[in-house]
Design a protein around this ligand. Sequence first.
Ligand SMILES: Nc1nc2c(ncn2[C@@H]2O[C@H](COP(=O)(O)OP(=O)(O)OP(=O)(O)O)[C@@H](O)[C@H]2O)c(=O)[nH]1
Ligand SMILES: [Mg+2]
Ligand SMILES: [Zn+2]
Length: 351
Amino acid sequence: MAEPGRRGRVVALLANYCWVQLDLPGPDGVRRLLCTRRTRLGKSGQTICVGDWVQVEGIDWPAGRGAVASVEPRALLLDRPPVANLSTVVVVVALAEPALDPLQLTRFLITAELSGASVQLVFSKVDLLPVAQVDQWLQRAAGWGYQPLAVSTAVPQVAASGLEALRQRLSRPGLAVLCGPSGVGKSSLINALIPDLGLRVAAVSGRLQRGRHTTRHVELFPLADGALLADTPGFNRPVLPQQPADLIACFPELRARLAVGSCQFSDCQHQGEPGCVIGAAWDRQPLYSQCLNELLAEQRRSGGGSRAADAGLRQRGDRLEPRLEARYRQLSRRGQRQQAAAELNLPDPED
Ligand SMILES: Nc1nc2c(ncn2[C@@H]2O[C@H](COP(=O)(O)OP(=O)(O)OP(=O)(O)O)[C@@H](O)[C@H]2O)c(=O)[nH]1
Ligand SMILES: [Mg+2]
Ligand SMILES: [Zn+2]
């Protein structure tokens, strides 16, 4: 009789194979199988990602081999690096070596927020910066809406390293993905949290102290019961979303403000429009503007934008709408109330 399928999770991908960690051990305690991986699975056209839950069939237990027969629907997906069914993205940036670039950090946070998973921020190499400057970064990021940690794998006193606090946060059941630029110490952190793992790390190099892209594949490692950590290859320039509304939703400080008030125009881009509740006096405003301008330029470059603008149209979601004069633009509900009140010469009903 054919061996029934077994459920497991993809913990690493190679060119034509993947490693699957089984939910339940097989004969002789076999827990990991090297499985054939077709880039597309049959008619479904589905691809496999690290983190996917899969069904393995045709198992050869003594050889530790099998074949992935199907992939379960994904709850969440991190776009880059591709990781499925994650619960947390841990954005790791170094305080020095390589130097901290706030725009790059913001782009990593945007990628993390876009995944829909919870977002943690970790400043690494805290040993390389004076305490006062570390505190400044921690306070700044707290002002954005994060609860950042500062950690080091290079100080002998565990208490001063921030590693225990990080371990506590990451020991909850789920999959936490470490992502960030190359050379910030992601693999070093996983080595420090999981003894005897021995992941390859390499010194940063060159005038800019850049990383050397030491980690080449995404791989999942067990940290605690039910808690997995993903090491990922570093990269330097995360992409932005395609729509302004998606970008806005990636800034927790904007989300917080918009939860308690609304701008006059429902499609306000918070760039000094009349009746904008965001204003200009917020820490990441210049970084937000830079990202928004790049996104809009990309929209124009990719066609939709410029041709649409020439035709008096504008992109809204995946539709094109007639471009209206600002005064005819759709007012948010609060804007409508304010306008009605203004026309009747009444005080704003919400003031
Ligand atoms: N001073 C200091 N150096 C560190 C710390 N953590 C890591 N490093 C060093 O930073 C360099 C890069 O570390 P890696 O762990 O390889 O960095 P990575 O983020 O995994 O890099 P990629 O795999 O290329 O994405 C190594 O030389 C580490 O020894 C730290 O807390 N302080
Ligand atoms: Mg690495
Ligand atoms: Zn606004």
